[in-house]
Design a protein around this ligand. Structure first.
Ligand code: GLU
Length: 318
């Protein structure tokens, strides 16, 4: 009998995940679905899904784990990965975007102005818009949105992954604040390309629809120092992968990143679609989805699932 690398048998992981989801389901009504993007407001708040993919390749699913949802800000981890993989950890890149927690709303304009157009980190909106700008430049001849979708298909091993055009359109129509951030960046000369082109990339990457299972497969390289056990490819060097994980830990949950580190203790990234990706280095990736958000914009039930799961398994980076 093989000993799982995770140290916990898959059946036990399933039992712990189910128990955590049941606890969270009791409080699911306390979350509120994001309504500032009209297409997201239509998703039922009763949805709850979870997926674990271990570095051994075991897959454990719960509830709505195979239903695609809008990955939103979780896409920022993958565009950052694409940029770091393409240009390396260039000094110039880290001059354009910082790596400090923001302590402000994810779409704060005040902070961007106070800090002269240098976003605090690549996981807040302004930072991710800079990352999309860099990616747009790196990929030159290729269509940037297609390149991001191709990357997601490849690392999730799911050709079904695509942009939800209704969500993308809804984001563009309601995207006044992101347009403001992009214009601010441009005025501080921190955007190389046209505002409209960069926003097109940004809105479409956020509108990618994936299931918990697909996202967990896609994120597995984050748990294995950049190697992808399912595809056999090297997605990112180990040192850069560590950096992505450190940014997720410090900045992955808006201005509640400290609370998430305190309660869960794993690098993670959430999105306003209600998804959360959590990385247990060397062990597994856990993805949860429940669209009702807490007051910081993180999935309410999803955070409870991860808190219980991390406590029961003892998985923590601390
Ligand atoms: N597309 C969303 C926005 O820019 C992403 C927000 C999020 O998930 O944090 O407002």
């Amino acid at each position: 009998l093989r000993t799982p690398v995770t140290g916990i048998e898959p059946e036990e992981l399933r039992r712990v995940l189910e128990a955590a989801c049941k606890v969270a389901a009791r409080d699911i009504k306390a979350g509120k679905v994001a309504d500032y993007i009209p297409a997201l407001a239509r998703v039922p708040s009763s949805k709850l899904g979870a997926a674990i993919v271990t570095v051994d390749g075991d897959v454990i699913l719960y509830g709505d784990a195979q239903e695609p949802f809008s990955i939103q800000s979780i896409s920022k981890v993958f565009t950052l990965t694409m940029v770091l993989s393409a240009i390396g950890d260039s000094k110039r890149f880290w001059e354009r975007v910082g790596r400090e927690p923001s302590g402000s709303a994810f779409n704060s304009i005040v902070q961007l102005e106070m800090e002269h157009g240098i976003p605090r980190n690549p996981l807040i909106n302004a930072g991710a818009i800079v990352v999309s700008d860099v990616l747009h430049g790196v990929l030159k001849s290729k269509d940037t949105v297609s390149a991001v979708v191709d990357f997601m298909r490849q690392i999730s091993q799911s050709p079904r992954v695509s942009v939800d055009p209704v969500v993308a359109e809804s984001e563009a129509v309601a995207g006044f604040r992101n347009a403001s951030l992009a214009n601010f960046l441009k005025s501080f000369r921190n955007l190389d390309h046209d505002v409209a082109d960069v926003l097109h990339v940004y809105f479409n990457q956020c509108a990618i629809a994936m299931s918990c299972e697909e996202l967990a497969r896609a994120s597995l390289y984050l748990a294995v120092e950049g190697d992808h056990p399912l595809t056999g490819s090297k997605v990112l060097s180990s040192s850069r992968t560590r950096r992505v994980n450190s940014i997720m830990l410090m900045c992955g949950h808006y201005d509640a990143s400290g609370d998430f580190a305190f309660r869960v203790g794993l690098p993670g990234k959430s999105g306003v679609g209600g998804g959360i990706v959590a990385v247990a280095p060397g062990r597994a990736v856990i993805v949860v989805w429940s669209p009702g958000l807490n007051k910081h914009g993180n999935s309410h039930a999803g955070t409870i699932v991860l808190e219980h799961f991390a406590r029961q398994t003892g998985w923590s980076v601390f």
